[in-house]
Design a protein around this ligand. Sequence first.
Ligand code: CO
Ligand code: CO
Length: 307
Amino acid sequence: MGFETADDAGVYRLNDRQSLVLTVDFFTPIVDDPYTFGQIAAANALSDIYAMGAEPLTALSICCFPIKELPPPVFTEMLKGGMEKIHEAGAALVGGHSVEDKELKLGFAVTGIVDNDKIVTNAGAQAGDRLVLTKPLGVGIITTALKSGKLTKEMIDRVSAVMTTLNKEAARAMVKHGAHAATDITGYGLMGHALEMARASGVALEFWASQVPYISEAKTFAQKGYITGGEKRNLDFVKKSLTKEGEIHDYHINILFDPQTSGGLLIAVASDKAEDLLKELQATGTGEASLIGRVTGKSEGTLILKG
Ligand code: CO
Ligand code: CO
């Protein structure tokens, strides 16, 4: 596909009919439980395959492990969690590589396959399209509060459930309803990834702040100042390309620019197909999927945020 549009994964054309889709992602733990961390790392790595409308085939694990500080069962539990998600995805864990390191890191390199005529990139959004987001935001804010020991068991379970949910059904639904463009929401936050889509597609994207779904505790924690360093970086990245209209609450800004781990898909779909897509998402376990904006027209890549 080339590197110019900063798409989620690399695409290698196999033949006239199909292409391989390749991606790699790894990071340090964001939850304490090793099994859950393994699930999150796998769901996050698989997500770039799903964002392009592909089906994952194989995965390889990448692990940096502090062998002197952590007991071996931590390693086993992490991989078990990862394997569970890879199997749920219908893919196979075929190998991997581990090295000793001071800091624990885990991730996966994933290969998927897609029909050439079904590849969804971030460059196809068209004027008039509706924008659908498939998972609630706020994961960065809430895991920052988690690091300060501010979360109850219920809150940890809630944020973990968001991160461990695969984008599998969301990807299938978007392909079925002929999505024009998609990307998954990770470190650049909703607004950062949206700007990449706007630039790649040559359009302006309008977002309705009050319609964007978020994990409810994210509002309170944002108001108490639990925001990540990444948020500021994301704001700086987007600032020059963003116009605000109406009154926008500070916590909405925190949430819209909050870096996500294993976030949902941002999908641009024809306006007459948006309702059917939403219904299908809600029926297939993506109950928090929401209509959050629209593509207003051609542009060099701009964002409009309405209160
Ligand atoms: Co991505
Ligand atoms: Co990625």
